[in-house]
Design a protein around this ligand. Structure first.
Ligand code: HEM
Length: 247
């Protein structure tokens, strides 16, 4: 017998983004610290670039290409928008109570993020004034972010929401790399400074450069590893709660 139009077979993908019962904000206590952390990071990182004057840049700027600084500014202002959008995207209350807002801010995340953050990052990364290691690391970081973000979008379009969520969490982990970098720089400085004399011969600039290279890589690799661990942990605990019945 042919299935009636209302029959939902096992292979039929859900038409709508799966929503669950709204979760009160106090059951997800991390959303407030995440929002505060994001705003604090932006208030510290973005103001030097609001003057649009290369002399105020915190980053050592390469002499060429001439478009490096405009591209960096585009990247930073786009990055500020994306940092705020991530908070909206991962907020369970908003996702469940206002799925349309989640969908629209997700579209803005992808379609402003690729041209304003991903492509400028890819263009400026090979010219980083902070050396070859940063050039390689930043290029890989930008490539991975662009790939994860596009994969997340494609999965949502195909209604494969579990995969959409996994790819988007990886994308968010990489977006937070820059904010995590600020924290990691301080932590690594504290860890490494007792070795200032023995390893860097008392040269504080050499210590700063070493720490900068290490934090440049670790600041996006560690959040990504954390997300991978969390996704595995969540899958395992779901399997344990709902074991597949054996035939
Ligand atoms: C996957 C995401 C991101 C990638 C791949 C990326 C990549 C880059 C690259 C390649 C540079 C130039 C570094 C250099 O020349 O040494 C840079 C600088 C910068 N980016 Fe991003 N970025 C990302 C996300 C963000 C976000 C979300 C913000 C938020 C505002 C941001 C703000 C900045 C700032 C302020 C700088 C100037 C240097 C500094 O003050 O640390 N980036 N980024």
């Amino acid at each position: 017998m042919a299935p009636t139009p209302s029959t939902h077979t096992a292979t039929t993908p859900p038409r709508r983004h799966p929503t669950t019962t709204p979760v009160p904000w106090w059951r997800r206590p991390w959303i407030l610290p995440l929002a505060l952390f994001s705003v604090t990071f932006l208030l510290y990182s973005v103001p030097p670039y609001l003057s649009l004057d290369p002399a105020d840049s915190r980053l050592p700027l390469p002499e060429s290409p001439s478009w490096y600084f405009p591209m960096l500014l585009t990247h930073i202002f786009g990055g500020a928008l994306l940092t705020l959008l991530v908070v909206l995207q991962v907020w369970p209350w908003l996702r469940t109570r206002h799925p349309a807002v989640h969908r629209w801010s997700g579209r803005v995340y992808v379609w402003s993020g690729i041209p304003l953050v991903g492509i400028p990052a890819l263009l400026i990364a090979p010219f980083s004034g902070t050396g070859g290691s940063a050039q390689i690391g930043n290029t890989v970081w930008a490539l991975l972010w662009s790939a994860f973000t596009l994969l997340g979008y494609v999965m949502a379009r195909r209604r494969r929401f579990a995969e959409h969520r996994d790819w988007m969490l990886r994308s968010f982990a990489l977006i937070y790399g820059i904010a995590f970098n600020r924290v990691l720089l301080i932590v690594l400085m504290v860890i490494m400074s007792p070795r200032l004399e023995t390893v860097h011969g008392g040269d504080f600039d050499a210590l700063g450069q070493d720490v900068g290279v290490a934090s440049g890589f670790l600041s996006w690799v560690l959040p990504l590893l954390f997300v991978e661990w969390w996704l595995k942990y969540r899958r395992r605990s779901r399997r344990e709660r709902n074991p597949t019945p054996t035939a």
